[in-house]
Design a protein around this ligand. Sequence first.
Ligand code: ZN
Length: 150
Amino acid sequence: MTTAEQEIPGYTRPRTRLLPEPGPESEAFWTGGRDGKLMIYRCRSCRRWFHPGGPACFRCRSRDVGPEAASGKGRVAAYTVNHQQWIPGFEPPYLVAMIELADEPDVRIVSNVVGVDPDQVAIGQEVEVWFEQWDDVWLPLFRPVKGESA
Ligand code: ZN
C-alpha cells in the first residue's frame, strides 16, 4: 500500500474534485489514507466485510461492527470511461470503476482507476488502492498492480 505523498506516473492530479462530507460511519473510510489504510466496515461476529458502513451487519444483524483495515487490493468489476467534462478543472478522459475487494469480492467500491491509459483497463484487472489527499479527506483511488497489464 502506498501513501498520498507518492505520485503515480501518467497521472495528473485534477485541479478540483467533488469531495465527500464524512459522517460517523464513513469517516474512517475517507480518512484512513492518512495512515495508508483502506478502512472498510467489518462485522466482528460473522467477520464479513461490508460497504458502505452502517450500524449493523446486513448479513447477521450483529451490531458489533466497525471499520478495519482491508488489504487495499481488488479487481475491476465494471468500468466506464468518461470523455465529457462535467466539472471544471476535472479533465476527461477519466475512468470510473466498480472495484471488488480482494478481501470480499461482493464488497464493491466506486472509484477512479488512475495512472493508466483508460484503454488499458480491463474487467478482472488487479488494482490496488492509492490515496489522494484533499484537506481532511483521503480519496481511495485505485491503480493497476505493478507488472500487471490489461
Ligand atoms: Zn455479521
